[in-house]
Design a protein around this ligand. Structure first.
Ligand code: NDP
Ligand code: BG6
Length: 513
């Protein structure tokens, strides 16, 4: 009933250790954090979450007192959970000392509780176990919902009603997808907000935790040379490119209900675009940054089907190896029209970006794996060198490339004189290549985001109005695609994708980088 719910919500408010001792009867001012990975038996938990938690522990970033609990329906013991995750833990290659000891010490802090996702009893039992480890410390609790989206609200309900912290904060990390259009996303938000306050919900978009995405604001706002050029006056177009050299292997069931536009564009690429194009925030405070992101998203034109190309990979044989078609996946219907590739032109109708095409391209089973931002600058007005030497400088405009992954780098393509007595120009790169410049491994995005959630830093998580604005841009287009049953252009597995993407770019006088 409402009274129980509001009592649960009140109990979940962030409270300081001092008020905790007044409210919860806690005498200790020591704090502890209990991290529960809900869906611990799943792919993401194994691949990303447990390894990231270990990496934080290894780096000394977790609080002195912490416990990690896995929660899922699968029957496992503490020992089997430890066995399952032990094979996934790795130490930084640049500082391997004590690796084995650290792994062992970390595993001793990991436990498992089997239960049902919608059962308050199961979460009540979990809560008791958490409490045994927390003792009389101020107990902060973080729940990571690494489960299919249709049970997000069930878990938010049962965990908040039965396992919220009595005297510390309770936060919930929610994985994507946050709905599949404006309506379902709003419904999910309404469902979560019955049990959680907005400042307890940490909607994760792991691209925001990538090193070079976080660096975007540093690049723009702490260097004099970029920000003055960051507008329609000097920038001709911006490209946001995501490609994977493998298909939907193993995730076809999930993917077919979403497609590449929802899986990558509406979240990962749009988030990068928002950070790239937003106005300078008042401060680095989470709310100031997210306010600017919402503003820029709301200044964008709703996507138009004429500015979209969709594709789907088909089977291909190369070097004697057969690569499957998307529809060869047993969990995908034979007649699926779900796009595994999309290219789109987007526009921001504000003073800074009026008329500048932002081109997005995302695809699976392409010829390479990578994610990058390409900024193509305008021509040099009255270029002396072009006039005097008639060189083919039409194409040689400056381009700034931010290579998010792999092999992180930021480089600027410039025209340069080839050394010698003559006057010949070539294109060279001013190159900040991370592997050469920085002598340390780059942390995984999940490490940064988990640490932020523990520290209550919400800057890199998605606020609900941001999510609404993002869905508002894509929903009409997604509905039209589905209503008109538009067939994707087929492209061979391992190719560069459908040729339609080049026509789309050419329409705006752009060549993909
Ligand atoms: P899984 O499909 O592996 O599911 C995680 C766990 O949830 C399973 O181990 C299972 O645990 C439980 N589960 C699965 N299906 C159901 C069901 N129908 N009803 C109830 N419980 C179920 O998911 P992932 O680990 O791949 O992903 C978790 C979340 O993260 C999802 O929301 C996904 O979209 C998102 N995500 C995943 C990525 C990835 O690379 N895997 C990348 C980005 C986001 P048990 O049976 O033991 O209860
Ligand atoms: C996930 C998508 O959000 O991001 C996957 O659901 C995709 O389809 C993955 O493979 C890519 O992440 P990364 O960090 O490997 O580039």
């Amino acid at each position: 009933d409402e009274a129980t719910k509001s009592a649960a919500r009140a109990a979940m408010d962030d409270v300081s250790p001092k008020s905790a001792s007044l409210n919860g009867g806690t005498t200790s001012t020591e704090t502890t954090v209990s991290i529960t990975v809900v869906g611990a038996s799943g792919d993401l938990a194994k691949k990303k979450i447990f390894p990231a938690l270990f990496a934080l522990y290894y780096e000394g970033c977790l609080p002195e007192h912490f416990t990690v609990f896995g929660f899922a329906r699968s029957k496992m013991t503490d020992e089997t959970l430890r066995e399952m995750i032990s094979g996934t833990l790795t130490c930084r290659i640049d500082q391997r000392e004590n690796c084995g000891d650290k792994q062992e010490a970390f595993l001793k802090r990991c436990f498992y509780h089997a239960g049902q996702y919608s059962s308050e009893d199961s979460f009540g039992e979990l809560s008791k176990k958490l409490h045994e480890h927390e003792g009389d410390r101020v107990a902060n609790r973080l729940f990571y919902l690494s489960i299919p989206p249709d049970i997000f609200v069930d878990v938010a309900r049962s965990s908040s009603l039965a396992a919220s912290s009595a005297n510390g904060w309770t936060r919930v990390i929610v994985e994507k997808p946050f709905g599949r259009d404006s309506e379902s996303s709003a419904e999910l938000t309404r469902g979560l907000k019955k049990y959680l306050k907005e400042d307890q919900i940490y909607r994760i978009d792991h691209y925001l935790g990538k090193e070079l995405v976080e660096n975007l604001s540093v690049l723009r706002f702490s260097n004099l040379v970029f920000e003055p050029l960051w507008s329609r006056q000097y920038i001709r177009n911006v490209q946001l490119i995501f490609s994977e050299d493998f298909g939907t292997e193993g995730r076809g069931g999930y993917f077919d209900n979403y497609g590449i536009i929802r899986d990558i564009m509406q979240n990962h690429l749009l988030q990068i675009l928002a950070l790239f194009a937003m106005e300078p925030p008042v401060s680095l405070d989470a709310e100031d940054i997210r306010n600017e992101k919402v503003k820029v998203l709301r200044s964008m034109r709703v996507l138009d089907i004429d500015n979209l190309v969709v594709g789907q990979y088909k089977g291909h044989t190369r070097g004697g190896v057969n690569y499957p078609a998307y529809t060869d996946d047993k969990t995908v219907p034979n007649n699926s029209l779900t796009p595994t590739f999309a290219a789109a032109a987007l526009f921001i109708d504000n003073a800074r970006w009026d008329g500048v095409p932002f081109l997005m391209k995302a695809g699976k089973a392409l010829h390479m794996k990578g994610a990058e931002i390409r900024v193509q600058f305008r021509h040099v007005p009255g270029n002396l060198y072009k006039r005097s030497f008639g060189t083919d400088l039409d194409l040689a405009t400056n381009e700034l490339v931010i290579r998010v992954q792999p092999d992180e780098a930021i480089y600027l393509k410039i025209n340069n004189k080839v050394p010698g007595l003559g006057m010949r120009l070539d294109r060279s790169n001013l190159n900040l290549h991370y592997a050469d410049r920085y002598n340390r491994e780059i942390p995984d995005a999940y490490e940064r985001l988990l640490l932020d959630a523990i520290e209550g830093e919400r800057r890199l998580f998605i606020r609900s109005d941001e999510l609404d604005a993002a869905w508002a841009l894509f929903t009409p287009l997604l509905k039209e695609l589905e209503k008109r049953k538009i067939s994707p252009e087929l492209y061979p597995y391992g190719s560069r994708g459908p040729v339609g993407a080049h026509y789309l770019a050419a329409k705006y006088n752009v060549r993909w980088g």
